[in-house]
Design a protein around this ligand. Structure first.
Ligand SMILES: [Zn+2]
Length: 419
């Protein structure tokens, strides 16, 4: 069987680049609404937070009556849509669901607009809340307390809210010891396969990344690219059916796997075995998120993911090395932060992955899992280091493997040609 199709490599990689750059950069800061909670409404801030908290807690407790009691029944279409949302989410095992009030403004008719941040965790999955999403609601006091009476995204945030998974229909759940797959009924077959693939990838992942202790990894199966683009607009430059998504920079926030069922099904037919590798690749990214930083050579990150997934013969790289001329990118280029985001064509992407795969294979075979893990940890310790990447890489290789970068690169060349 062929290695990942070259175009898929590019795409896989571009996707990852989007997420990595998004996640390794500065945490999102909402500077446009820094007003303290409650500042706009005299004495009512607490009551409004109470209403929002009751709404969120009802979703966790699966308490439909309590949920309904937080809605403004006078806005019938909004209340009906929210109850539909409740029903769509009734099988999703939330562990925690928060809606935090960030800012309030009051209109003349007594309606308030509340800007909030929200997010949730799933039971037995990553314990810390993901980076929170922004949302906005209208609330009105109906005498028996504040009621949520509408979505204020357009008015308060300047654009309609992005789609959420439950907008596409009732969310079904498949649970195993190690994964929680969320999907809509038409995608059940893909969801079952995805769950099986996560389970089959775990033994090798645990062997290659010793000490990994992933909680249940969330997997979201979308019907297709339309739904994915509605949920993550502008995030997907290229798409081959699966990607991992970091939910925050802290270890406890973890990540999730996103699947496009349409592509997944097509790929099952055209390239048997690819989906299993894709799942193992993305799962490895999730397990390594806590071990990587902005100075971790990208070739280690991608190479590890492919190494767990299973690497194959590197035809193009051997050809280039044998030819003896210049080629791009070099392995050295690929230790620069962000280097996988600037691969300009299919050949460059194929070469990049072949270099990453063989470099990690050499490291694993010669030094073993534990040393590779300590190498990753050492790079992470250099996150705030002001020195150039060349100096850092050489230092870390010397201290971790007792070999400088130049020697390693020579050894790697010989390793590729000798295999
Ligand atoms: Zn990757």
């Amino acid at each position: 069987m062929k290695r990942f199709p070259a175009t898929a490599c590019v795409a896989l990689f571009f996707l990852l680049a989007v997420f990595l750059t998004g996640c390794l950069g500065e945490p999102p800061v909402n500077t446009d609404w820094a007003t303290p909670a409650g500042a706009g409404v005299s004495g009512n801030g607490d009551g409004i937070q109470d209403a929002l908290s009751a709404y969120a807690q009802a979703l966790v407790d699966k308490d439909r009556d309590k949920f309904a009691s937080t809605l403004d029944a006078a806005n019938t279409s909004f209340a009906a849509a929210e109850l539909q949302k409740f029903d769509n989410l009734r099988d999703v095992p939330f562990d925690r669901y928060v809606i935090n009030l960030s800012n309030l403004s009051e209109a003349a008719d007594g309606t308030v607009t509340a800007k909030v941040t929200s997010g949730y965790t799933l039971r037995d999955s990553f314990p810390e809340l993901p980076d929170l999403d922004r949302a906005a609601y209208f609330l009105i006091n109906r005498g028996d307390g504040w009621k949520i009476s509408g979505d204020a995204s357009v008015q308060a945030l300047g654009k309609p809210r992005e789609a959420r998974f439950e907008d596409f229909g009732k969310v079904e759940v498949l649970n195993s010891g190690r994964a929680i797959v969320l999907f809509q009924e038409p995608q059940r077959e893909t969801a079952i396969q995805a769950l099986t693939m996560v389970q089959s990838a775990l033994p090798r992942l645990e062997e290659v990344v010793p000490g990994t202790s992933l909680p249940k990894v969330p997997v979201r199966v979308y019907a297709g690219i339309t739904e994915i683009n509605q949920t993550f607009p502008g995030k997907w430059q290229e798409w081959t059916g699966g990607a991992s998504r970091q939910l925050g920079e802290k270890t406890g926030q973890g990540g999730e796997i996103i699947i496009d069922a349409q592509v997944f099904i097509d790929t099952n037919r055209t390239t048997p075995g690819y989906n299993q590798k894709m799942m193992a690749h993305e799962l490895t990214h999730i397990s390594l998120f806590p071990l990587t930083g902005n100075r971790t050579p990208p070739f280690l990150i991608e190479g590890m993911a492919d190494y767990v997934a299973g690497i194959e013969d590197v035809v193009l790289l051997k050809e280039r090395l044998r030819a003896g001329g210049a080629y791009s990118p070099t392995l050295r280029d690929l230790y620069q932060p962000g280097s996988f985001t600037v691969l300009l064509n299919t050949d460059a992407a194929t070469l990049a992955y072949e270099e990453a795969d063989t470099a990690v294979a050499l490291l694993e075979q010669k030094y073993g899992n534990e040393r590779v893990m300590s190498l990753l940890r050492e790079f992470q310790r250099h996150e705030q280091d002001k020195q150039s990447q060349d100096v850092i890489v050489d230092d870390v290789f010397r201290s971790g493997l007792r070999t400088g970068w130049n020697d390693f690169e020579n050894e790697w060349r010989a390793f590729v040609l000798g295999n």
